[in-house]
Design a protein around this ligand. Structure first.
Ligand SMILES: Cc1cc2nc3c(=O)[nH]c(=O)nc-3n(C[C@H](O)[C@H](O)[C@H](O)COP(=O)(O)OP(=O)(O)OC[C@H]3O[C@@H](n4cnc5c(N)ncnc54)[C@H](O)[C@@H]3O)c2cc1C
Length: 401
């Protein structure tokens, strides 16, 4: 039976392992952290792998989880986005996208990573194709013509694993990428994303807001519970401390109210804020012999358009298709030219999403008056030019890949 090792059991590593399992490929996941015990349906707790963040899943991502048979469970914790409103603080421009007008059920669904992670973990634990080995830290990786050898430290002792294919899904600062000697292009946005959940006096009615404020682009997305919304607010690096901690709850709610106006009603309550430094990290190569870089190890993006994880899922989906096609006539799952063909096939979609996210951040972070007018005209035009909205909507939904 074909076998693979995945280094890193974050959301990407776990999702990929389930896709491989469905294709009847045996997988070992090597994860540095310790996973929580199965918590059933108890209230969800944050874990370093599945934290306070939320993911806006595109329709394509939902389709992937439907094919894995997980969507019926995930749906219980997810909220559809039926309308997206894009505005800029202190400006006249605005744009609105409505699912109904685009003839789609929704633009995607928002799910708390803590729930998504728990459902993925449960599915992995139930799969007879996946072996989950946590509390092991990968420290070395070598490969020859037929095999990859991975050394990991578990409870202070080295353990060695072999497989004809390895996938490095070990995050932005990928150890595997470093060991393989693959360089990465690094751009620091000098921003930190504040992430939390708030309660507003007006129900969200399944509307997502993207608001460009002088402090940074602010996203407010609907969550289960009529009045709960997730907040992602990138602010200047070094300025985040004033918003963190319980003592700053009122200060944070007031700032949010000022940046947002009253579209969501009053901002009444906030959960604790968490902060994430924002950078763009792009690996120079993704297929190296019998190893593939995947997820944040391959490309880490600014979260402004909620595209990072969706892009990673599309990569994983395509990789599994390449592997299964190849395995119909061959036995070696890690054949390097197949992995190179996979990498080549993904570059166009990846580069489009990378350019899109980067230009939105940079285009809206500049407060030059001329640029501001251009942005407002752009938003108004976007709202009126026939044909543009369906194009953007379908792209945002991951259907153009
Ligand atoms: C604020 C914010 C909001 C976001 N919102 C969205 C959104 O709405 N939609 C969207 O599509 N994307 C979003 N993203 C992007 C998304 O979160 C990432 O694409 C996704 O988390 C990448 O997951 P990953 O599994 O590749 O990496 P990680 O989550 O970093 O997982 C890597 C795993 O590898 C393990 N590991 C590392 N080193 C080793 C080692 N040496 N040995 C063994 N294990 C190791 C780590 O412990 C970890 O579990 C957002 C990102 C941010 C920062």
């Amino acid at each position: 039976m074909p076998e693979a090792i995945i280094v890193g059991g974050g959301m990407v590593g776990l999702s990929l392992s389930l896709m491989l399992a469905q294709a009847k490929i045996k997988v070992k996941i090597l994860e540095a952290n310790r996973y929580p015990k199965d918590q059933g349906t108890a209230l969800v707790e944050y874990h370093s792998n599945f934290d306070a963040r939320n993911s806006a899943l595109s329709r394509r991502s939902i389709h992937i989880y439907q094919q894995l048979g997980l969507w019926t469970v995930l749906q219980q914790y997810a909220t559809p986005i039926l309308e997206v409103q894009i505005t800029e603080q202190d400006s006249f421009g605005h744009a609105t996208l409505r699912a109904e007008e685009e003839h789609v059920e929704s633009f995607g669904q928002v799910i708390e990573n803590a729930w998504l992670g728990r459902v993925l973990l449960q599915a992995v634990r139930q799969s007879s194709y996946v072996e989950l080995i946590d509390e092991v830290e990968v420290t070395a990786l070598t490969q020859n013509e037929s095999m990859v050898e991975i050394t990991a430290i578990q409870a202070g002792e080295p353990r060695v694993f072999h497989a004809p294919l390895a996938v490095a899904a070990d995050g932005r600062d990928s150890k595997c990428r470093e060991i393989l000697g693959v360089g990465a292009e690094y751009y620091d946005y000098e921003q930190v994303a504040l992430v939390t959940t708030v309660q507003t006096s007006k129900p969200h009615q399944n509307v997502g807001f993207e608001r460009f404020s002088p402090l940074g682009p602010l996203a407010l997305l609907p969550l289960p519970g009529e009045y709960r919304r997730s907040v992602v607010w990138p602010v200047k690096k070094g300025e985040e401390q004033q918003w963190l901690g319980e003592a700053n709850d009122a200060h944070f709610l007031a700032a949010l109210q000022h940046a947002y106006g009253d579209r969501a009603g009053r901002f009444e309550k906030t959960a604790p804020r968490f902060s994430y430094p924002l950078s763009q990290v792009l690996a120079e190569k993704q297929a190296i012999g019998r190893v593939v870089l995947m997820g944040n190890a391959a490309h880490t993006l600014h979260p402004v358009a909620g595209q990072g994880f969706n892009l990673c899922l599309r990569d994983a989906d395509v990789l599994v298709r390449y592997l299964t096609q190849h395995l119909q006539h061959h036995t070696d799952i890690g054949t390097p030219h197949v992995l190179l063909a996979y990498e080549k096939s993904r570059l166009k979609d990846q580069q489009r999403v990378i350019r899109f996210c980067d230009s939105v951040v940079k285009g809206f972070s500049n407060n030059h008056p001329i640029l501001k007018i251009a942005r407002n005209v752009g938003l108004l035009a976007f709202d009126r030019i026939p044909g543009i909205k369906p194009l953007v909507a379908s792209y945002a939904m991951g259907l153009k890949a």
